[in-house]
Write a protein that binds this ligand. Sequence first.
Ligand SMILES: [Zn+2]
Ligand SMILES: [Zn+2]
Ligand SMILES: [Zn+2]
Length: 140
Amino acid sequence: MNTTIVKMLEQHHIKATPMRMLVLEQLMVLNRHVALLELETILYPADRITIYRTLQTFVTNGLAHTVERSGQGMLYALCRDNCNVEVHRHNHPHFFCTKCQLVTCNTDYVIHVEQKNADTKYQLEKLEVSLRGLCPNCAP
Ligand SMILES: [Zn+2]
Ligand SMILES: [Zn+2]
Ligand SMILES: [Zn+2]
């Protein structure tokens, strides 16, 4: 486990520190989107600012990405699309379970966006699609 974690950090040009290794391990174990507060509880007594900075480093270096949950702030999850320092390549939507509030990266549904107007004055930077419904645990 530790070798994998150190390797993942190195691949993203992040120096392995005990805190970074802990946070990365939790993101791998949980395997879903988590809020800073949740990580804070799990990693207690680690300090919130340190965890926050660690997550920011992961996002900047293409190891993690964020999704905004309305009214509840940012949620973090590991990238699975070979993201790196230069680019985040995401075309996966996020699935929000309306019953248990679970938020997962979803690859069962694929989103395609087509530019229909070649002369568009809008410059697309990021595409965010959210799917809402019942997760496998909540679906009857
Ligand atoms: Zn990414
Ligand atoms: Zn659910
Ligand atoms: Zn995601």
